[in-house]
Design a protein around this ligand. Structure first.
Ligand code: FUC
Length: 823
């Protein structure tokens, strides 16, 4: 009764998220493999908590710990001559194989790799090892992981947080009976290191990162090198571990910290690397990692566990509690009562469980808050969680879909601040990208290719000729990343940011595009060489090829940038001369084509696909994340986009499934989006790399590419948001793609462009009540499936062929309450 009253009370106070009470991943057994373990993170320090009984493993990461050093000599002086030759082969000879070979000669070096920091191992001195009860969870409402088990009548509890305000990971251990905690804490790393005993209760692991690691897909006799004769590359790092207890005895030596006869122990983990910015040598110009880690440790370790928790909760709730999402749940939702591993498996077999879907949504928000808070260091392919020395695809920033997908939900899911590390990264890559544009292509502006890293690498990769141009020579990084600069403005309406940060970088990307575009024989502006990531075609002679002219993706991305640059310069009321040139060039861009199968053509010509079900669906960029194709504005292209998706099929790796949720939402087909969501949520335990049929989710709800890749988690959140709210066409569309399975529900705290905060309740697929908070004011246009009333205003909902349109002016800071006109 008291518990019920408490929940009721909590629900009345304005933190709606507290009412969403399904916010836990929990299990009845410890993690066996890494993708069973539970992620925590403060945006810089990450950990995977295994929840072991006798032996606990907490695998650690630090977001800035990468191989390598600044990109200083990564220029290929032969690139420009080969660019001219590639163009000649394409335009004069239609020789795609020749163009492919010239493209290889335009490459620079590979990117660096994101690294694991180390393992913390707690070995408990226990006579029995089989507990009479066992429980572990990750509570994403509070960002805390708990492991609890009972052995020989004593209950042991371990809680772990990664605190952003205190910049440490804290492990709090208790025993229900006095003096029962006896354990040893040790730390190790896959990198070069040595351990020192700092004091009677503290050890430190001092290490060094490699100067270079070859990507894991490159066969190399010597893939990891530590030496750098220039004394620049290969950062230093330090992990400090300190244990405190009120009653136990603690001692430390280089093998670890030993705790005896304690009842309550707090372990503090502090870590730092010498990374000092993308353009500084981490060795000779590096930060003092010892000083930074020591300062954090000293400040945190004088605080009590309750005080640390209070500060951690306040920080985390500030972001997480902005959004709450509930769906009507069947009265007997037995699936929701299962531990998460069994729950996911039975959901995969067909059990209905809307609460698992809303949990998945909030888990994605949790992961973004936990992995994206370090300036200039956005979430990489694995967020901040990686255990491998040579991780898949270097766990780097892959820019032909992956890093952008990480940030699709940032604005709409009300985590605009978490977008900033990516925006700061774009500022860095716009600096190195200027050198790449000039040195490789004799072009203005900045260029970026399909891979980058913490050093803001921007060149085409491939170790000068070893990369496959199908991915390595994709040149559209700068215009695509610029989309995020514009989105942040659209959602915040922050003009100062637009003027000082976004517009100059967007303009510089447009200048690169101007120089990169060439005229074809019909006078269209086209890109060449051009690829459609990472797909191929059969050319007119039936030969398989991949490097050609003006792929639909290239043209769509440039069209997107040009439109945004025009809009941005209009918003700022400046740069008219440049705007007019871009308007003129935009009109000459090679247009969309509908192919003989009724699909949106992927290539310059209507070529056949050797892999019709390829995981990339790059030619639909204009549908999502772009806004060039929509049922309201371009019905014919929309039909072609739909056909394309049908031909591509529903299968795909994790991120591909996630992308398709977004596509179908933009086609306003909620049931198909929902089908893709269910596919993304299907349980998988595939450990290695598997492109065919393995996409889904591991039991810790990490996205399975396979292997684990975090983009699908974030793309999934974005897709679910797109099903409920869209705002890409200067209007807010409420419930555009609601599936039958979500007929009744409520969401509060979604964001729409124009800086509107939207909440909605719906029943039987119809809005009952909604509200729009005009954070900055301005005109608001709503598109809805039924006519609407706005409390205290006389507005008319105009019937159109695509729902009803209601327009009104808003005042800054006011909330507008909406009801369905018929309700
Ligand atoms: C692209 C994709 C792969 C993978 C890699 C990180 O190359 O085609 O599937 O996601 O990035």
């Amino acid at each position: 009764m008291i518990k019920k009253l408490l929940i009721l009370l909590i629900c009345i106070i304005p933190f709606h998220a507290l009412c969403q009470d399904n916010l836990k991943l929990w299990y009845k057994k410890p993690a066996k493999v890494w993708t069973d373990a539970l992620p925590i993170g403060n945006g810089r320090l990450g950990a995977m908590v295994f929840g072991g009984v006798k032996r606990e493993l907490i695998q650690l990461n630090e977001a800035t710990l990468w191989t390598g050093g600044p990109v200083r000599t990564n220029v290929n002086p032969d690139a420009y001559a080969n660019l001219l030759l590639a163009r000649e082969a394409l335009f004069k000879e239609d020789d795609y194989a020749k163009a492919y070979n010239y493209a290889k000669k335009m490459q620079g070096y590979y990117s660096e790799s994101y690294l694991p920091l180390g393992d913390l191992i707690i070995t408990q001195d226990l006579k029995d090892t089989i507990p009479s009860s066992y429980y572990r969870d990750l509570n994403i409402r509070d960002a805390i992981s708990t492991t609890r088990y009972t052995i020989n009548g004593t209950t042991y509890t371990r809680q772990v947080i990664s605190s952003a305000p205190d910049q440490v990971i804290v492990i709090h251990l208790t025993a229900s009976k006095a003096g029962q905690l006896n354990f040893k804490v040790g730390a190790s790393s896959l990198l070069k290191y040595h351990t020192v005993a700092v004091s009677a209760n503290e050890i430190a692991l001092k290490g060094k990162a490699p100067a270079h690691a070859q990507p894991n897909y490159i066969d190399s006799a010597n893939p990891i090198t530590y030496d750098d004769s220039a004394g620049c590359k290969g950062m230093r790092f330090e992990l400090q571990v300190k244990a405190l207890s009120k009653d136990g005895r603690i001692s430390a030596d280089t093998s670890g910290i030993t705790v005896k006869n304690a009842t309550d122990v707090t372990i503090f983990l502090s870590a730092a690397a010498s990374f000092n910015g993308f353009d500084k040598c981490p060795v000779s110009e590096g930060k003092d990692e010892n000083k930074i880690a020591t300062q954090y440790l000293n400040k945190a370790s004088i605080k009590s566990w309750p005080a640390l928790l209070t500060r951690h909760y306040a920080d985390y709730h500030h972001y997480f509690n902005r959004l709450s999402f509930k769906l009507a749940t069947p009265a007997d939702n037995t699936n929701a009562k299962l531990p998460t591993d069994e729950r996911l498996i039975s959901y995969t077999k067909g059990a209905k469980d809307p609460e698992l879907e809303t949990l998945y949504f909030q888990y994605g928000r949790y992961l973004l808050i936990s992995s994206s808070r370090t300036s200039g260091v956005p979430a990489n392919l694995q967020g901040i969680w990686n255990k491998e020395l040579r991780p898949p695809w270097s766990s780097n920033y892959t820019t032909n879909i992956n890093v952008q997908m990480n940030y699709w939900p940032a604005e709409v899911a009300n985590l605009s601040e978490m977008h900033m590390p990516f925006i700061d990264f774009i500022k860095n890559v716009a600096v190195t990208g200027k050198i790449t544009a000039k040195e490789f292509y004799h072009a203005k502006g900045w260029a970026l290719h399909h891979n980058s890293d913490i050093w803001a690498l921007s060149n085409p990769v491939g170790d000068k000729g070893n990369g496959d141009p199908t991915w390595a020579n994709w040149t559209m990084g700068s215009p695509w990343l610029s989309q995020h600069l514009w989105w942040h403005y659209q959602f915040t309406k922050d003009k100062k940011y637009l003027k000082e940060v976004a517009y100059p970088i967007m303009k510089s990307a447009a200048e690169f595009c101007e120089d990169w575009l060439v005229e074809d024989k019909d006078g269209y502006l086209v890109t060449a060489p051009s690829v459609s990531p990472e797909n191929a075609f059969f050319d007119d002679k039936g030969k398989r090829a991949s490097v050609s002219i003006a792929t639909t993706m290239d043209m769509s991305i440039i069209r997107d940038l040009f439109t945004n640059v025009i809009d941005a310069s209009n918003e700022l009321g400046e740069d008219k001369v440049f705007r007019d040139t871009i308007i003129a060039k935009k009109a000459k861009l090679y247009p969309f084509h509908i192919g003989k199968k009724g699909n949106l053509q992927e290539w310059y010509k209507d070529w056949e696909d050797p892999e019709p079900h390829h995981r990339h669906v790059s030619h639909l960029f204009g549908l999502f994340p772009g806004n060039q194709i929509s049922p309201v504005n371009t019905p014919e292209l929309t039909a072609a986009a739909k056909k394309t998706l049908e031909l591509r099929g529903d299968e795909g790796t994790g991120w591909s499934l996630a992308w398709k949720i977004n596509f179908w939402a933009r086609l306003l087909d909620g049931n198909h989006s929902y089908k893709m969501l269910k596919d993304l949520l299907r349980a998988t335990n595939v450990a290695g790399t598997n492109y065919s049929g393995g996409g889904g989710s591991y039991i810790n709800l990490f996205d399975a590419h396979p292997p684990f890749q975090i983009d699908g988690n974030f793309g999934g959140v974005s897709g679910m948001a797109e099903m409920l709210l869209q705002s890409q066409n200067n209007e807010i569309q409420l419930l555009p793609a609601l599936p039958d399975a979500w007929a009744t529900g409520e969401i509060s705290g979604l964001k729409a462009r124009g800086n509107f905060e939207v909440s909605m309740n719906w029943k039987n697929k119809k809005i009952t009540t909604a509200s729009i908070l005009a954070v900055v004011g301005g005109k608001c246009v709503i598109r809805s499936n039924e006519p609407l009333k706005i409390t205290g205003m006389r507005v008319i909902s105009k019937k159109t062929t695509n729902g009803y349109v209601t327009s009104f002016n808003t005042k800054k800071g006011l909330k507008y309450n909406i009801t369905g006109a018929k309700s």
